[in-house]
Design a binder for this molecule. Structure first.
Ligand code: DLL
Length: 432
């Protein structure tokens, strides 16, 4: 049921002592070995020994993606390259990618985090894990891989892509756990349909989905189509990769593996630390990372923390499902819109498929949001009047939920690009 009961269920006062000890060590190492951290702390007038209690964390300066870019590629590493045994990097849509490094011990920590995460979804040494996260510089593939091996499960390193072969492997090898992005899981289902494979004939029991936002409605959609339990896993390269936080069997918030990662929520405008329960930007400090210690890293992901005890017995704080990043938010005539808000509305409408795209344009001086929605074959072949009626209904519901005028375009089944990794949900033509 647990991978590491001692750590995952540690009484909170004891956990706080452990966190403080590890925080002091991390700050000391970052200050001593990374000139960029030392300069920032000196400029803020703070020394490692000023950290005497967990609340003192709030005095440390933040670290941002820009700091990683400024230090490209290895400038924030706190160990010599001879100690670095793995390098990953996140693509980044603009500018230089961010580069992250791991020591031997960091890889051991990461596989432990992933072993915990997989165990949360019921994985054991008897599981057959089909790992369809991309292998390569992206952390998803190798991150899950090492965790599954650590448990002793049988891993199929199928990586992303070649979807027909994925389905064949599932059938022939009897995969019990699927790991990939939620959007790729849906695409796999479509390919199963085309191949005439029924999910009920497979042995799949659970899916561990992450690397992009997905709503509760999307969870229901995946669960009912694939006939599995869908779990949310969260992580980011800068902190370690997948395995920063994971849902337990209750699937009501993701436990942040707090003995290694210390979470805070801040007001993204002011930087002020917010109390538990309040919604804001997640900031994470690593407590054990050797190669790339991160002090108060601003993730840009928006969520809140729940400190109430979880019936699963794990004592680690839970974060709410991440439904958006501050930089995925699009502003339409002054109104903030997240793609997940659109997803949530669409998946409640009968006849609509879980494939959609937001297209933003500037017409004259006005922003225009068009939501392209795929409809089912059956609906698509309906009379024009019915399609118009559906269009009107979706528009009304979207406008009600978003508070901004929306154009809806119903598109043919399978006409929106499918994703084998992170789905692209927005095309913003205003920035081009
Ligand atoms: O996406 C690591 C990962 C791999 C996580 C596989 C889970 C599974 P990056 O490519 O660095 O790392 O992207 C990190 O993806 O800051 C979030 O914005 C987003 N993200 C990751 N997991 C979730 C999730 C990997 N469960 C960025 N829900 C993060 C929502 C997520 N967003």
């Amino acid at each position: 049921m647990y991978w590491n009961q001692e750590m995952e269920c540690m009484p909170r006062p004891q956990l706080a002592d452990l966190e403080l000890r590890r925080l002091k060590e991390t700050v000391f190492r970052a200050y001593t070995f990374v000139p960029a951290y030392r300069e920032k702390m000196d400029a803020a007038g703070i020394k490692p020994y000023d950290i005497q209690k967990l609340e003192d964390l709030a005095h440390l300066p933040f670290t941002t993606k820009q700091d990683l870019r400024d230090a490209y590629p290895f400038g924030l590493f706190a160990v010599p390259m001879s100690e670095v045994v793995r390098i990953h990097s996140s693509s980044g849509t603009t500018g230089k990618p961010t580069v992250v490094g791991y020591t031997q011990k960091d890889l051991f920590t990461w596989s432990e985090m992933m072993a915990r995460a997989l165990t949360c979804a019921g994985a054991t040494r008897h599981s057959i894990v089909q790992n369809a996260y991309g292998y390569g510089l992206f952390t998803g593939g190798l991150g899950v891989h090492y965790g599954a091996e650590r448990i002793g499960a049988s891993v199929i390193p199928s990586s992303g892509g070649n979807t027909k072969r994925q389905v064949m492997l599932m059938q022939d090898f009897g995969s019990t756990i699927l790991t990939c992005t939620p959007s790729y899981a849906l695409y796999m289902y479509e390919v199963m349909q085309e191949m005439g494979v029924r999910p009920s004939d497979l042995r799949l029991k659970a899916g561990i989905f992450g690397a992009e936002p997905w709503t509760e409605n999307m969870r229901r959609e995946i669960e009912s189509k694939l006939g599995i339990a869908a779990y949310d896993i969260y992580g980011l390269s800068e902190i370690i990769g997948p395995g920063v936080a994971m849902e337990c069997e209750l699937r009501n918030g993701l436990h942040v593996f707090e003995d290694h990662f210390l979470p805070e929520i801040i007001n993204p405008e002011t930087g002020e630390v917010l109390p538990p329960g309040e919604h804001g930007e997640l900031v994470i400090t690593t407590l054990t990372k050797e190669a790339l210690p991160m002090l108060r890293y601003r993730t840009r992901d928006l969520t809140s923390l729940d400190v109430s005890p979880c019936p699963c017995g794990r004592t680690h704080v839970r974060m709410k499902k991440v439904l958006g990043r501050s930089d995925d938010m699009i502003i339409i005539r002054g109104v903030n819109v997240f793609p997940s808000m659109v997803e949530s509305v669409l998946l409640n409408v009968a006849g609509v498929e879980p494939h959609y795209l937001l297209v933003v344009d500037r017409v004259g001086s006005l922003d225009e949001l068009e939501v392209r929605v795929e409809v089912s074959e059956k609906v698509f072949s309906d009379e024009v009047r019915k399609l118009e009626e559906l269009n009107r209904q979706i528009r009304k519901e979207l406008e009600g939920a978003l508070g901004v005028a929306v154009k809806v375009r119903l598109v043919e089944p399978k006409s929106i690009e499918r994703s084998e990794g992170k789905a692209r949900r927005v095309i913003d033509n205003r920035k081009m």
